[in-house]
Design a protein around this ligand. Structure first.
Ligand code: NAI
Ligand code: MG
Length: 518
């Protein structure tokens, strides 16, 4: 067994190297593991152009399956963020926010078409940079395309209301965009998070400055070319690659940014909310962490429940904010589920992300690998029973065996804390009321799963769960029209569906005083 010291949990991200270049190219040819090559933009995307950063500093982008360098990209600093914000502000004040919204709809539709035309390259980039299995990356890109298309449809449907306040006034409301939006996204679904942020912001007439995660900057830069080709005006979308404490902070604290959308850890979310408040009280929406309950009742269909448990914790290598990481199994079916879940975990193909039969690729970074292995140690020390996995796979690339610990109790850290890897903890329960209490005893409230054939059980339990999404007899099952977001410390606001547009619009009420004509 690997013994990772607990201190490794606090270690900084992998071994990213920084370099100053007087002329690092603004694009570079990348050869994919399948032998195909493509041209990868490396500059910052500001005003519809790729540009070097002012300080000419770049950072290394790593393929987590091989630990080898893919390329460098330019790193934005405060002065580059200022440029991006100025471009976004100019674009906002231009016709983007005031022209017929159908024009924005058409541009977003064009973008969806282009994303579709480039879907194989986008999926390959996502797999290469993040480490996720290529077959799953294709699923991400399909949802990206559907979502951008859905946003195209929203653009001209953000209607206001006429309000009858009597014949002394003519009163109506209208929905207006907010302005320049700062957006900070994580590394687990780089392109999907880009689409969840950029799509609704643009549909509503805002402009954006988006920071990708430092470990996965590539797909958003590639998609930036398509933004330009789609006819989206210069300055509407600006992408700044860089690190949280520098580039992210410059966005969160920027006085000209009116709205901040963040996806990532609860700790960082809490921090940037303070920074947003202290700077200019920009409006904040957050999509944060989770420790979601996936609950199996005695009467569940075992096959369906097992595939939902697998989708819950092993999908995307467990790097999913809504991961069903706390599994609760009713005592009558406990040993059977353990046996079947173990068998399912052990048959999952883990390894080369580009092998289309692979289900679980590499974890995204050395830091995540260390974190997961650290929790394996913790779970052992706390008395968890290891059912399967619990160790690194191979010694090159950040691969972890699908891991299950049983007999885990609510006082254990592995039960309470977000691990963000293929690591399930299982706890038995007796009654519906008991499991509701267990499930809700968490600072998080992102998602939950309920597996039962009883409509009574499903309805009773889902009504009482403190979670933004409840999946019944399925899990991690997303659709572009279904809102997603957290209760409690899992977030503020909703992504996708009609609700996402609420994040990017503000209501204006207009009252016109009327005189009776003489
Ligand atoms: P993080 O929340 O620090 O990073 C997410 C994004 O925030 C990145 O783009 C990062 O550069 C940016 N960021 C970091 N510090 C910032 C700051 N001070 N100001 C502005 N932006 C900042 O998460 P990290 O460190 O990558 O991962 C640590 C843990 O967070 C993971 O193990 C996982 O448990 C959790 N996490 C949860 C995610 C979710 O979707 N719920 C996504 C990513 C991480
Ligand atoms: Mg990477």
């Amino acid at each position: 067994m690997l013994r990772t010291s607990l201190r490794s949990l606090a270690k900084p991200a992998s071994r990213v190297s920084l370099r100053y270049y007087s002329s690092y190219p603004l694009s570079t040819t990348v050869t994919l593991p399948n032998g195909k090559s493509y041209e990868q933009p490396t500059g910052l995307f500001i005003n519809n152009e790729f540009v070097p950063s002012k300080q000419h500093k770049t950072f290394e982008v790593i393929n987590p399956a091989t630990e080898e360098e893919i390329c460098h990209v330019y790193e934005a600093r405060k002065e580059d963020v200022d440029d991006a914000v100025d471009a976004a502000e100019k674009a906002f004040k231009g016709s983007w926010s005031t022209a017929d919204p159908a024009i924005r709809g058409k541009a977003l539709w064009n973008l969806a078409e282009l994303l579709e035309a480039h879907k194989d390259t986008l999926a390959a980039i996502e797999s290469l940079d993040n480490g996720k299995a290529l077959q799953l990356a294709h699923g991400d890109v399909a949802l990206v395309i559907n979502y951008i298309r859905s946003c195209a449809g929203w653009a001209d449907k953000l209607t206001g209301q006429y309000i009858d306040t009597g014949d002394t006034h003519h009163t109506y409301t209208k929905r207006e965009p907010i302005g320049v939006c700062g957006q900070i996204i994580p590394w687990n679904f780089p392109l999907l998070m880009w689409s969840w942020k950029v799509g609704p912001a643009l549909a509503a007439g805002n402009t954006v400055v988006l920071k990708t995660a430092e470990s996965t900057p590539l797909s958003a830069l590639y998609a930036s070319q398509l933004v330009k080709e789609a006819g989206i005006p210069a300055g509407v979308v600006n992408i700044v690659s860089g690190f949280g404490k520098i580039t992210g902070d410059a966005i969160a604290s920027h006085p000209k940014i009116k709205k901040l959308a963040f996806t990532g850890s609860t700790a960082t979310g809490r921090h940037i909310m303070k920074v947003a408040a202290d700077s200019n009280l920009k409006k904040v929406t957050l999509e944060l962490g989770g420790k979601s309950a996936n609950i199996v009742f005695d009467d569940a269909d075992v096959k369906t429940a097992i595939s939902a448990l697998v989708a819950g914790i092993f999908y995307n290598s467990g790097e999913v904010c809504s991961a069903g990481s706390r599994v609760f199994v009713q005592e009558g079916i406990y040993e059977e589920i353990l046996k079947e879940f173990k068998a399912a975990a052990e048959t999952l193909k883990v390894g080369d992300p580009f092998d289309l039969s692979t289900f679980q690729g590499a974890q995204t970074s050395q830091m995540q690998l260390n974190k997961i292995l650290g929790y394996v140690d913790i779970a052992h020390q706390e008395g968890g029973r290891l059912i399967t996995g619990g160790e690194r796979l191979g010694n090159k690339g950040f691969f972890v065996k699908p891991t299950i610990f049983a007999d885990v109790t609510p006082d254990m850290r592995a039960y309470k804390e977000e691990i963000f890897g293929p690591f399930a903890v299982i706890t038995p329960f007796k009654t519906a009321d008991e499991v509701i209490e267990l499930a809700n005893d968490s600072e998080y409230g992102l998602a939950a799963g309920v597996h039962t054939k009883s409509i009574d059980t499903a309805t009773y339990v889902s009504n009482k769960l403190e979670a933004g999404s409840v999946w019944i007899n399925t899990y991690n099952d997303f659709h572009q029209m279904v809102p997603f977001g957290g209760y409690k410390q899992s977030g503020i606001g909703r992504e996708m569906g009609a609700q996402a547009l609420d994040n990017y619009t503000q209501w204006k009420a207009v009252r016109i005083g009327l005189q009776k004509p003489t």
